[in-house]
Design a protein around this ligand. Sequence first.
Ligand SMILES: [Fe+2]
Length: 386
Amino acid sequence: MFYKGIFFVAFLMLFSVSTKTVAQEDESLTFLHGPYLQNVTETGATIIFSTNKLSVPGVLIKSGDGKFELIQNSTDGLIDVGKNIHKVRIENLDPGQQYQYKLFAKEFIEYHPYKVVYGETINSEVYSFKTFASNQKQINFTVFCDIHHQADKLGKYLDSNNIEKQDFYFLNGDILGHIEEEAQVYSGFLDTCISKFAAEKPFFYARGNHETRGKFARNLKNYLDLPDNSFYYAVSIGNTRFVILDSGEDKPDTQEVYAGLADFDKFRLKQLEWLKKEVVSKEFKKAQFNIVIVHMPIIKNKENRYGMEFLAEHFGPVLKKAKIDLMISGHMHKNKWINAKKSGFNYPVIICSNNDYIEAEVDKTGISIHLKNLDGDIIDEHKIEK
Ligand SMILES: [Fe+2]
């Protein structure tokens, strides 16, 4: 009787495994999400996408009338193979050059140590993007913040956004409300970005105090390609150096609601040491304009809560000494323009509400900012001249 029971359980296990295998084999290889551009520089770009099953990913790329060339990355001597998120880094590109690309993925029929059988190879439609150039006369960018996973709001912003004119985007924090599972990352903002612009224009992410919450928060980086894999970083585009900071949580790490899982004071102090080096770097000094993108504004204000007070005390003096030209923030859920004399640190700050967004243009004469509402009306504008 005992043996019969074992055989029956074994039969059930075998049956469930074979059903699963057949179901997976029946499913043809397909692209699920993407592509979207990350970490675009003057000479490189990362293209991210996902597939439904294990495959060998790649990107076919060409410029002008040239032929498509297959780019595949390798890690520790092995060509990248994966399921779900694929990141393909392309290097050795030319500055200010337009490139066309399409996705590539090759499926496995069998993948054994000494026998690999490939199945179908699939390609996506053709997309294009442009690398940045230090001599570009004008840069145009858009900043969204405090979407709080309302992707329909992001879509409405993008309906009135002059996408064609934009070179890149900043997602300036609290784009998600919290992160509990992968589906939220796609439905909360990423799929909307992909469908509207992100296959052809890159976005740069600045983490807010809400993306740090929920059990999937530690996975956010998997969906991005950040310079040096850090949430604080700097990029040079045209005549401007952008410093992207991670302002961390808004309350003390010891606050009960964080349940002993927050360590942001230490994180911010480490970031501060990086910032001190960044503001004396060659790239920062040679830029005509220095713009800081940070979710929580760094200002002197009696009403500052813990996180903002920490930033004002430690980061404010460093940025004051560095003489930055502009800070772009969100977090407050209301619009505010703070001129250089009133921020406490001699730089102007624009704070964008959770129902408006910013379109900015930088050329040699200065930084022009347009604040647009949900209907696409310009409700405020500023020009910072050098
Ligand atoms: Fe916030």
